[in-house]
Structures are given as C-alpha cells and as structure tokens.
Design a protein around this ligand. Structure first.
Ligand code: CP
Length: 303
C-alpha cells in the first residue's frame, strides 16, 4: 500500500510509467475498478480536484463516496479527530482522497489508514497530484520533461501547487527555474534549500515581462485572499502580475502558459485564445492522470 503525500517521494521512472498509462486512457470507459470505492473527503473548497478524481473513478467503473464541505457537514464539527475519521472511512472505501486546510493533515491520515491516502491539498503544504498533471501537461505540450526553463509567477509563498511542482522538478535534468514574485510572496526556503541540494539552477526576480520572452513554460498562480489578511496589500499583490495578450504574444514559439486554476483575474480573458494558453487542456489532463493513479493504487501497484 502506498500513500501520496508529497512530490519528493516519487521517482521519475514511476512517473514516466504513470504518464504513459494516462495517455492510453484518453477517451476510455472501463470496468477495471468495478467493485472498488473511492472516498473523497474535502474539508476545503474544490472544483477540479474532487470532480476529476470522482470522474476518473467512475470512468474506470468504480464507485464514489463524496463528502464536500466536510468541515461543516462531517462529525469534525462534533470534535472528531482526522485520525478517528480515517479509521472509520478506511472501512468504507478502498482509496481516500483528502483535502484539508492544515499542513500535515494528509500525513496524519496516512499514519493510521489501512487504505491509500491521496493528499489533495493540505493548507499551504502540497498538492502532489496537481504537480503530476502539471508535469504531464509539460510533457505533452512541449514534448520533454528535461532541459527546459520554467517561470513560476506570483504567489510562490503560499501556493501549494507551485511548491509541489518545484519539488518534483528537482528530480529532472537541466531544468532552469525563475521565481517571479513580489518580495512578500517569494518561494519559501524549504523549496529553495531542496533545489540547492539537487543542484537545480534557479533565480529570483520581479521582472515578469523579460522572463516571459525566454521561458519555455510560464506557470501563473492566484494571489489567494485567504493568506493576505490586509485588503490593501492583497489588492496590490493581486494586481502586480496580470498576464495580458500582448505579454503572451512575445512568448517563444512552442512555449506554454499553464495555471492550476481557479484564476481570479491574473490571466486576462483575451489570453484564452492565445496558442500559448493551455490551462484548460491542463485541467482536462487531470482526469487522465488521476485515472492512471487510481488504476495503479487500486491494484496495489507502486506509483
Ligand atoms: N487546481 C485545483 O486544485 O483546483 P480546485 O481547487 O478546484 O480543486
């Protein structure tokens, strides 16, 4: 049995196998997980992650137990700990997908669970399956997972998906990273220390326009209101890096603009028609990657 908690735990050979399987599942409906049950426990809001996991399970013939808004609708409101909840739900389901507001909750769940736990986001910690689908998007859209330049933009301090992908890319060769952010939202030291250990070349800048001209992948993020309590600071930071159509028009040929979504104004709507904009495709790839993951985990295979 394997839990998916953080991206540092995976190796590139396993992910290469996962991505190859994901591609074979495009457009497929199967009965391979008939009789298996996925429980999705979401203590924090989600559209893509919960629904794409549930869609993935259903496309494989499995069933779904879904608890959205669990912080208000579950027995957590009566004081039940996450450990006790997991000890119960692991009798009801074969795989548990868990999103929570607090860093470390998925690890706590994994410590007591008799079935695989998939971390679907723990506060500002990590969101590993989003990083998998981000990397899968890069592989499909630029044709390689080594030897490219990625610019992470905006809210790097609090954006778990950017953190997860940066950690994951530490496993790949000749990946150059540029972190573009205001000083208040710089990538945190845990990620930077890890990248130094792995000899990954990275630099920090506030200059988005120049970076967009040279990057192969631009990864935009949302400046999330929940992490910046002062409204004036929030508005200033939110408006600092809005990507517009003229900015994408100067991107390199074949370069891509990705975003885990949801967006809240940081990519202007007219960018959607740019040949560089692949964020809606990226969200669609999430179903394929999650189908592949569920197939492997439900059959007891290592990812
Ligand atoms: N990318 C992502 O995690 O989206 P949701 O919050 O909608 O699940």
């Amino acid at each position: 049995m394997q839990h998916l908690i953080e991206t540092q735990q995976f190796d590139r050979e396993a992910l290469s196998k996962l991505f190859a399987l994901a591609t074979t599942l495009e457009g497929k409906r199967e009965e391979s997980l008939k009789g298996k049950i996925l429980a999705s426990l979401f203590y924090a809001p989600s559209t893509r992650t919960r629904l794409s996991f549930e869609s993935a399970m259903m496309r494989l013939g499995g069933n779904v137990l879904s608890m959205e808004n669990a912080s208000e609708s579950s027995s957590a409101t009566k004081g039940e700990t996450i450990e006790d909840t997991i000890r119960i739900v692991d009798d009801y389901a074969d795989i548990i997908v868990l999103r929570h507001t607090e860093v470390g909750t998925a690890a706590k769940a994994a410590a007591v669970s008799e079935v695989p736990i998939i971390n679907a986001g723990d506060g500002i910690g990590q969101h590993p399956t989003q990083a998998f689908l981000d990397l899968y998007t890069i592989e499909r859209e630029i044709g390689r997972t080594d030897d490219f330049h990625i610019a992470f933009v905006g809210n790097l301090a609090y954006y778990r998906t950017a953190r997860s992908l940066a950690y994951l890319l530490g496993k790949y060769n000749k990946v150059k990273m540029t972190f573009v952010s205001a000083p208040e939202l710089r990538m945190k030291d845990d990620v930077k220390d890890y990248l130094k250990e792995k000899n990954v070349h990275f630099e920090e800048t506030e200059d988005l326009e120049s970076t967009m001209k040279v990057a192969d992948v631009v990864y935009q993020t949302r400046v999330a209101e929940e992490w910046i309590p002062n409204e004036e600071d929030y508005k200033k930071l939110r408006d600092k890096y809005v990507i517009t159509r003229p900015m994408t028009d100067v991107m390199k040929e074949g370069a891509i603009l990705i975003h885990p979504l949801p967006r809240a104004g940081e990519i202007a709507p007219e960018v959607d028609d740019s040949p560089h904009a692949v964020y809606f495709k990226q969200a669609g790839y999430g179903v394929l990657v999650r189908m592949a993951l569920l197939k492997l985990l439900a059959n007891g295979e290592k990812v």
